[in-house]
Design a protein around this ligand. Structure first.
Ligand code: UT7
Length: 324
């Protein structure tokens, strides 16, 4: 009987570069209060958002993915031919055929790429990062570009105050490649499919969410999963320099940080609060927060960074990475 040869991959992987982009149009709480029954004070106090960005009519998730992906490649000091796989995390596409990943790879200049979309809603980037790391470790890919890109304004009722104040548009990306020392820990992921009705597309048109139920789930169930990701990487809470949870609601972010500090995370652990000026951008929120925080000098190359995504599904995924 013939024996199949197996591909040989890298010993370890790391994030080689990151990038992100946001649309130009800034939308303030004041702007929203003119079209729905809400106030700047309510949004700041209950969600923590001050402003967010909405894409123009002719600006798509695909366009934003091309920009964020190209920036991540430049940040890594790589050219498109250095990458052979593109994973595009997205949950807001109105046209599933064709997928976003193939044309995005082509527009970036990554020819003949293995390219696919991945939908794990707001956990999509961490799912993609886990898959990318394993592809490189198994030898299926030499380097993989992971992008989270969302035009949420396409799927949000613009006058629904329970969703329109939260969601916004953006893209974030990371290049994953081989490394001598581990820079991406094992992914810890899962779903609570029995809770699927908490967030879904009502009548196939607009996002509906049971806000309070999702809030309770996120504030009680996500910190333990983040702790499992730390354990999988062989680290303690006190090792974490930076915490980047999905930017769903600032109160959820703070609740997760508080739970981790109770378990030994340091007071000086830097906690992402990108939602304040970006809103909730689903699969784009984690890579964009990392990009913004590094650009602002709040986090640095080499920092031990705990990522944790969660959202519709209900889905969750997290891992420890070393900041590029
Ligand atoms: O990203 C994927 C996963 N999604 C999430 O993680 C979202 C999780 N959920 C949340 O972030 C929060 O539940 C929301 C931001 C959606 C809502 O905040 P909340 O603190 O849970 O508000 P609530 O739904 O409990 O409403 C409290 C009150 C209600 O009024 P009454 O019944 O107490 O008089 C609402 O009608 O606030 C009212 N309300 C608003 N008032 C002004 C709800 N939305 C608004 C609004 N402006 N936009």
């Amino acid at each position: 009987m013939s024996t199949l040869r197996l591909a040989r991959g890298a010993q370890a992987t790391r994030i080689l570069g990151i990038g992100s982009t946001q649309p130009e149009q800034v939308v303030t709480n004041e702007d929203l209060s003119k079209v729905m029954d809400t106030t700047d004070q309510w949004i700041r106090e209950r969600v923590g958002i001050i402003e967010r960005r909405f894409a123009a009519k002719d600006e798509s998730a695909e366009d934003m993915a091309v920009v964020a992906g190209s920036k991540a490649l430049a940040d890594a000091g790589l050219s498109p031919s250095d990458v052979d796989t593109v994973i595009l995390a997205n949950c807001t596409s109105l046209t599933p055929i064709p997928n976003y990943a193939a044309p995005v790879a082509d527009r970036i200049g990554i020819k003949r790429a293995g390219a696919f979309d991945l939908n794990a809603a707001c956990a999509g980037f961490c799912y993609g990062l886990g898959v990318a790391s394993d592809l490189v470790r198994c030898g299926s890919s030499k380097r993989t570009l992971v992008i989270g890109s969302e035009k949420l304004t396409d799927v949000v009722d613009p006058v629904d105050r329970s969703t329109a104040i939260i969601f916004a548009d953006a893209a974030g990306a990371a290049v994953v490649g081989p490394a001598e020392e581990p820079g991406i820990g094992p992914v810890v992921w899962g779903t609570a499919g029995d809770l699927v009705d908490m967030i879904y597309m009502r009548d196939g048109k607009y996002i509906f969410q049971e806000g309070q139920s999702v809030f309770r789930w996120a504030t009680t169930q996500i910190a333990p999963i983040a702790l499992r990701a730390l354990e999988a990487a062989g680290l303690q809470p006190s090792d974490v320099d930076v915490l980047i949870p999905h930017q769903a609601n600032l109160r959820i972010v703070e609740a997760i940080a508080k739970r981790l500090r109770k378990q030994g995370a340091r007071d000086d652990m830097v906690v992402a609060d990108d939602i304040v000026y970006s809103g909730n951008t689903s699969s784009a929120s984690i890579p964009m927060a990392m990009d913004h925080m590094r650009a602002a000098g709040r986090i640095h190359s080499g920092d031990v960074t705990l990522l944790i995504g969660f959202g519709a599904g209900l889905s969750y995924a997290g891992q420890v990475v070393i900041c590029p």
